[in-house]
Design a protein around this ligand. Structure first.
Ligand code: ADP
Length: 497
């Protein structure tokens, strides 16, 4: 596979959009500056992209404000808005192959995953939220006294959205779908590593009939463009996905500026629990997928593989074999399971954690180094004999590094699985309904996958307990993030005034 890393396929896609999309127009950065975006397979520059800063965010927020206060968007019927979301989904479907290629080129995920899983999910999510657009309404409330009381569910206004690089298109969808279905306008800042696909789909949204100013996309770095968005006085709501450290920063910026409500989807250190009764071969495969999927760059990765002592040795042997069989290489190649890490920082961070695992005397079963000499490829790595207090069992590594821990009984593993500052997800592998039920209730995590992992349906809410975040995205739950509730009270019999 190392040879495949050196010998790269040229993607069949051209880069069309590199400027900000503000008020329906592609425009240069106010400063005229650009920044490079890279191909993680080689580290080579693939395009220079407009570099947003305060002035660009100001312009985008003004456009979104105007579109919300004066534009046609909030005045349209919900049905008309729904039709635009559906037309957009059709256009995404039409451009699926091109979008998947661009996603792979800029992110390094396999083309197969982008084309067969992520693009269909993007389309499905917009169909889902198009379905909600005309079903959002308030209640009639039976209050005490002679009053007629009702609630109106109104869009909140201008939504600021900051997304990460690991699933650029899906994160776009999770943020933009519900916000538009509810009638809001948006300024979205993409991750500096992966600005390209969001610009492409935002353009498609305009082709689908989205009025200008409703969806503005600004490329740029976090501490400049991101911080300007989080602290903007005219942004009514902030939604952020990224690391827990940055989540704290944006929450503070939101609080210090105008107290805009914030939803956060942050890091994780999710347990994957293999019980005594598990079919070991199946458990190995699922635990492998839970960790290595998307180069290990998932906030919900099953990054602490807890295995019952009775099946531990067999599980370990087979997990090691599976990791050694993992096909790493050019993500455009058929059959490749793992591409490069996103960038040099993440690549070096992953290698640092591997060294830390070795130094803390976990047993390195396989992998442990980079693969090839070009790009950001990391060998699938498995550690056994991992202890709870080791850094590799506590920190989010965000790479292809599996940590296997041994446990004796269910109560013990519940305590250990929950002993983390995170609470994003958990996996349970067992044949026993009673064990599944016990674990499902005891695990402090926003998602518990039983005998499955990484099932992401548009209707299933996603989000974290503890320091994994605030709020839920997807499903009906995401609508609440983008709505204001107005209580309207009037006397049943108008007093004589
Ligand atoms: P990672 O470390 O995995 O890149 P981050 O949480 O830093 O994750 O990045 C997620 C998103 O947050 C990106 O769009 C990034 O530009 C943005 N970001 C980073 N720092 C800040 C900041 N200080 N204020 C606002 N956004 C930020």
């Amino acid at each position: 596979t190392a040879a495949a890393v050196e010998d790269l396929i040229t993607p069949q896609v051209s880069i069309r959009y590199t400027q900000h999309l503000i008020n329906g127009q592609f425009v240069d950065a106010a400063s005229g500056k650009t920044f490079p975006t890279y191909d993680p397979r080689s580290g080579e520059v693939i395009a220079n992209v407009a570099e947003g800063d305060i002035e660009d965010i100001n312009r985008a927020v003004s456009a979104a404000r105007r579109a919300f206060d004066e534009g046609p968007w909030p005045k349209m019927t919900a049905y008309e808005r729904s039709r635009i979301l559906l037309r957009f989904a059709d256009l995404v479907e039409k451009h699926s192959d091109e979008l998947a290629a661009l996603e792979t080129w800029n992110n390094g995920k396999t083309y197969e995953q982008a084309a067969k899983a992520e693009l269909p999910m993007l389309v499905r999510l917009f169909h889902y939220y198009a379905g909600w657009a005309d079903k959002i309404h308030g209640l009639t409330v039976p209050a005490d006294g002679d009053y007629h009381v009702q609630t109106l569910h109104e869009p909140i206004g201008v939504a600021g959205q900051i997304i990460p690089w690991n699933f650029p298109l899906l994160m776009f969808a999770w943020k933009v779908g519900p916000a538009l279905a509810c009638g809001n306008t948006i300024v979205l800042k993409t991750a500096e590593q992966t600005p390209l696909t969001a610009l492409f789909v935002a353009k498609l949204f305009h082709e689908a009939g989205l009025p200008e100013g409703v969806l503005n996309v600004v490329s740029g770095y976090g501490p400049t463009a991101g911080a300007a968005l989080a602290s903007h006085m005219d942004v009514d709501k902030l939604a952020f996905t990224g690391s827990t450290d940055t989540g704290k920063v944006v929450l503070e910026l939101a609080a210090r500026s105008n107290l805009k409500p914030v939803t956060l989807e942050l890091g994780g250190k999710s347990p994957f629990i293999v019980c005594e009764d598990a079919d070991v071969d199946k458990a190995v495969e699922l635990a492998h997928f839970a960790l290595f999927f998307n180069q290990g760059q998932c906030c919900c990765a099953g990054s602490r593989t807890f295995v019952h002592e009775n099946v531990y040795d067999e599980f370990l042997e087979k997990s090691k074999k599976r990791a050694l069989r993992r096909v790493v290489g050019d993500p455009f190649r058929k059959g490749v399971e793992q591409g490069p890490q996103i960038d040099v920082e993440q690549f070096e961070k992953v290698l640092r954690y591997i060294r830390s695992g070795i130094e803390s005397s976990a047993t390195l079963e396989c992998g442990g180094d980079r693969l090839g000499s070009k790009g950001f490829f990391v060998q699938p790595t498995v550690f056994s004999n991992v202890q709870d207090d080791m850094l590799i069992a506590q920190d989010e590594i965000f790479g292809p590094v599996q940590s296997i821990l041994k446990f004796k009984d269910i109560d013990e593993v519940i305590g250990r699985a929950n002993k983390t500052r995170y609470g994003l997800a958990a996996g349970v592998f067992t044949k026993k309904v009673s064990t599944a039920n016990t674990l499902m209730r005891a695990l402090r995590a926003g998602t518990v996958w039983i005998n499955c992992f990484d099932v992401f349906d548009a209707a299933i809410p996603f989000g974290g307990y503890k320091m994994s975040g605030i709020g839920r995205e997807k499903g009906i739950y995401s609508l609440h993030n983008y709505l204001q509730v107005k209580a309207v009270v009037s006397p049943l019999n108008n007093p004589a005034w």
